[in-house]
Design a protein. Structure first.
Ligand code: SF4
Length: 179
């Protein structure tokens, strides 16, 4: 399974859940987040993803930091200026689509049969949209999209405990300059 990893803290309870009882035999993390700004912040979050990959002995694949591509996609997708949208409105839905498109493409081209995203277990995000879009993409690409059966509140609590144990950096904003 390819797990799109938006950031290390969010991934922690999901990795534990997927590895528990060997629900997933082969798990690979995929860090593809050209939304993160500025680049120093991107590097900081990437370092944390590398750290957890080591802790859990997982392979980590890293996509390109295609910042302009991400910005162009959002600008082309939306009628209004990017800063005019509140969090979880259309700008974020386009951001989710962009990263999920790339995740499904990566999964298909690299012989994964299943993918999902850490974005789908989150108290603040439109997880119904994320899961529906993931399922559509999976169908289009002959893949399976995994719905993560986790309570986002319990997952957050677990995340906080594990962040402390592993001494991870935990960011205070979603990622882009508009958040
Ligand atoms: S707030 Fe977060 S999800 Fe929304 S566009 Fe910015 S980085 Fe993407």
């Amino acid at each position: 399974m390819l797990l799109h990893t938006c950031c290390a803290p969010c991934a922690l309870p999901i990795i534990e859940y997927l590895l528990e009882d060997k629900k997933v035999k082969n798990l690979t993390l995929y860090f593809y987040n050209p939304n993160i700004y500025p680049q120093q912040e991107y590097q900081k979050r990437l370092k944390q993803a590398e750290k957890i990959a080591k802790i859990y002995n997982l392979e980590l694949k890293v996509g390109d930091y295609e910042r302009n591509k991400w910005l162009n996609y959002l600008e082309k997708s939306l009628p209004n200026s990017l800063e005019s949208y509140a969090e979880n409105e259309e700008r974020c839905l386009a951001c989710f689509r962009f990263r999920l498109d790339k995740t499904a493409e990566f999964a298909k081209n690299n012989n994964f049969n299943e993918f999902t995203t850490t974005l789908s277990v989150n108290r603040f995000k439109d997880t119904a949209f994320i899961n529906n879009y993931g399922k559509k993409l999976a169908k289009k690409n002959g893949l399976n999209y995994a719905i993560l059966n986790l309570d986002p509140y319990k997952a957050h609590k677990k995340e906080q405990e594990l962040v402390k144990i592993y001494n991870l950096y935990s960011q205070k904003y979603c990622g882009c300059e508009f958040s």
